[in-house]
Design a protein around this ligand. Structure first.
Ligand SMILES: NC(=O)C1=CN([C@@H]2O[C@H](COP(=O)(O)OP(=O)(O)OC[C@H]3O[C@@H](n4cnc5c(N)ncnc54)[C@H](O)[C@@H]3O)[C@@H](O)[C@H]2O)C=CC1
Ligand SMILES: NCC(=O)COP(=O)(O)O
Length: 334
């Protein structure tokens, strides 16, 4: 049940009105079938008990400290209980629960930084609700960087979504589309590609990662007639990275780069903005792709989907991506 030793994975509960808690509880109920490693949930114990009951899951949940979690896991789901107001209302979120949601991520991260847990798996958050409550980070990716490097605000983490040998990285992430062109800089391209190459080497064992960069404009600018970012910024940034010894190709037209035979020629594709990167991977592997944060001193994974309010509390949501996220965190920390 806990094949790699005593340390559990730290799983943050995510948005209580969403499907994250459902998936965690269901996977715990199916832990033997899936051969899951031990994990501890950071969240609200009474809420999780109420959700388990709503879903008809016959499981025990118990308050536990992370260093006792692996021992507890075979018999009861260990929960690092966080005090707060968390009603069991699927699909009906409230900013009043935001403190518990954010604290769950923080405590799971700190337990991992301390070495009490092996890695962090996050269930989805409802970003808009957290913003209403004053959360000032675009998402987990940036929040985790702030937690890991509180004194180095310039340090950046990188979002990667992965499924088997298909991997994609959005260069810019949770920003309005109108601000993307101004954010596509040689500095950001350089830093992102170095982080991706480094983590593919050190965490994924790919000795010489093959990276491809998409263009920003249709047909990668069509020699400057449909936009000039490729010639002015992306192309020169690639040449610089090649001089550093990185295997980087591009800028390539984004519309054909994700044709599977082409995509598979690279260990990761760096696309210029969120949807350019996430649409292809969610189209080919919505059920099984995993969101992995690169550049951190710890491992963090997450399912590729969001809170799916329409499915919360119904038991109908697929647990495949959450299962893949747990397995990926397990593999990366084994
Ligand atoms: N890692 C995270 O914390 C993430 C959070 N989000 C947040 O989730 C919220 C809702 O985002 P949406 O764009 O609506 O995306 P969503 O992924 O929550 O839902 C999109 C569609 O996919 C379906 N779906 C999602 N997960 C499913 C599953 N496991 N099984 C079956 N069907 C599933 C939903 O029912 C819905 O029809 C937003 O606040 C967004 O920011 C989105 C992605 C990741
Ligand atoms: N669209 C991906 C997403 O929203 C996940 O963001 P994060 O919370 O993992 O930073």
């Amino acid at each position: 049940m806990n094949p790699t030793g005593a340390k559990p994975l730290a799983v943050s509960m995510g948005e209580p009105a969403g499907i994250g808690p459902d998936l965690i509880l269901r996977l715990y109920a199916e832990r033997q079938q899936h051969g899951l490693p031990a994990f501890i949930v950071y969240g609200h114990l009474d809420f999780l008990r109420a959700r388990a009951q709503r879903l008809g899951l016959d499981i025990a949940l118990v308050a536990a400290a992370p260093d006792a979690a692996a021992e507890t896991f075979p018999n009861a789901l260990p929960v690092a209980d966080i005090a707060g107001l968390v009603p069991d209302k699927p699909g009906d979120s409230t900013p009043l629960s935001a403190n518990v949601v954010v604290e769950a991520i923080s405590q799971a991260t700190f337990a991992t930084l301390r070495g009490t847990c092996r890695g962090v798996v996050t269930a989805p958050i409802q970003k808009s609700v957290l913003y209403t409550a004053g959360f000032r980070h675009p998402g987990h990716t940036e929040f985790l960087a702030a937690l890991c490097w509180p004194d180095q605000p310039q340090r950046q983490s990188v979002m990667m979504l992965a499924h088997d040998e298909l991997r994609v990285v959005p260069l810019t992430v949770h920003v309005p589309l109108s601000s993307v062109p101004g954010l596509v800089t040689a500095e950001l391209i350089g830093a992102t590609c170095r982080t991706v190459a480094h983590d593919l080497r050190t965490r994924f064992g790919i000795e010489t990662p093959r990276l491809a960069l998409s263009g920003l404009n249709p047909h990668a600018g069509e020699d400057g007639s449909m936009g000039t970012e490729e010639q002015r910024i992306i192309g020169p940034a690639i040449v610089n990275l090649q001089r550093e010894g990185l295997d980087v190709t591009g800028p390539l037209p984004a519309d054909t780069l994700f044709h599977l035979p082409r995509w598979r020629q690279f260990d990761a594709v760096i696309a210029m903005y969120h949807d350019q990167a996430l649409i292809p991977i969610k189209t080919v592997a919505f059920d099984a792709a995993v969101n992995i944060t690169l550049g951190l001193p710890i491992v963090r994974t997450s399912p590729d989907h969001g809170t799916a309010f329409d499915l919360a509390g119904t038991g109908k949501a697929s647990s495949a991506s959450m299962l893949a996220a747990i397995r990926m965190a397990h593999r990366l920390t084994a």
